[in-house]
Design a protein around this ligand. Structure first.
Ligand code: GSH
Length: 208
């Protein structure tokens, strides 16, 4: 089993799907939490000057979150049961990530104070319209599945990826989240998985 260190900031956002893959799979790993000051001091030597970073056996690094998710999901068999399921999951991931990037100015403003306008203005401009455009498609994709997870065969990494973001919307704006009851139900189903309970019990609450 490789020695794994997952480095990120002290919240969920781009690293939590990988953390959940590892906890669900019962894999030991170092869950390194940096703050913006400690991060700034190591940033220049990192592969893409961004977090998260997965360090494998102390010398190989993966510096993009989606690649980390895909690497771990493949390794721990959370990437679907067939090639077509893997493709299906990846399409959903690309679509969802597109929305996350469009809504990103809000998170950037909240984390680092970067952006023009008030918190509410930035939220209404970037977060709300993107959720309202993308979430209905995600709901349809969920309804098409036979398992209650996004893949017919059952749980895969995309369930961690989407449910974590849905939880962030629920934390930020419960009224907006309530418009998507299927996604709230899905998130509950994912976060009720027995394999995750030890971790979730000890997890510190963060908005995203
Ligand atoms: N495409 C990258 C984006 C990573 C990213 O933007 N990370 C942010 C944290 S959420 C970051 O490193 N911020 C600190 C910085 O830019 O110095 C990925 O998915 O890993």
């Amino acid at each position: 089993m490789p020695n794994l260190k997952l480095s990120y900031l002290n919240f969920r956002f781009l690293a939590e799907p990988a953390r959940l893959i590892l906890h669900y799979s019962g894999v030991n790993f170092e869950d390194e939490r940096l703050n913006f000051n400690t991060w700034d001091s190591v940033k220049q030597t990192s592969p893409f000057k961004t977090l998260p970073i997965l360090t494998i056996n102390g010398n190989q690094q993966i510096g993009q979150s989606m690649t980390i998710n895909r690497y771990l999901a493949k390794k721990y068999k959370l990437n679907g049961k067939t090639e077509m399921e893997d493709i299906h999951i990846n399409c959903i991931a690309e679509y969802f990530r597109e929305m996350m990037e469009k809504a990103r100015p809000f998170i950037r403003f909240m984390n680092r104070g970067i952006g023009e306008g008030t918190k509410e203005e930035i939220y209404q401009k970037y977060q709300v319209p993107n959720v309202k455009t993308y979430f209905p498609v995600i709901v349809q994709l969920l309804k098409q599945s036979k398992s209650g997870f996004f893949a017919d065969s059952g749980i895969t990494w995309i369930d961690f990826f989407i449910s974590e973001y849905v939880d962030s919307i629920q934390n930020l704006d419960p009224e907006l989240a309530k418009q998507f009851p299927e996604l709230l139900e899905h998130s509950l189903k994912v976060h009720s998985l027995p394999q995750l309970q030890n971790y979730l019990k000890s997890r510190k609450h963060t908005t995203w």
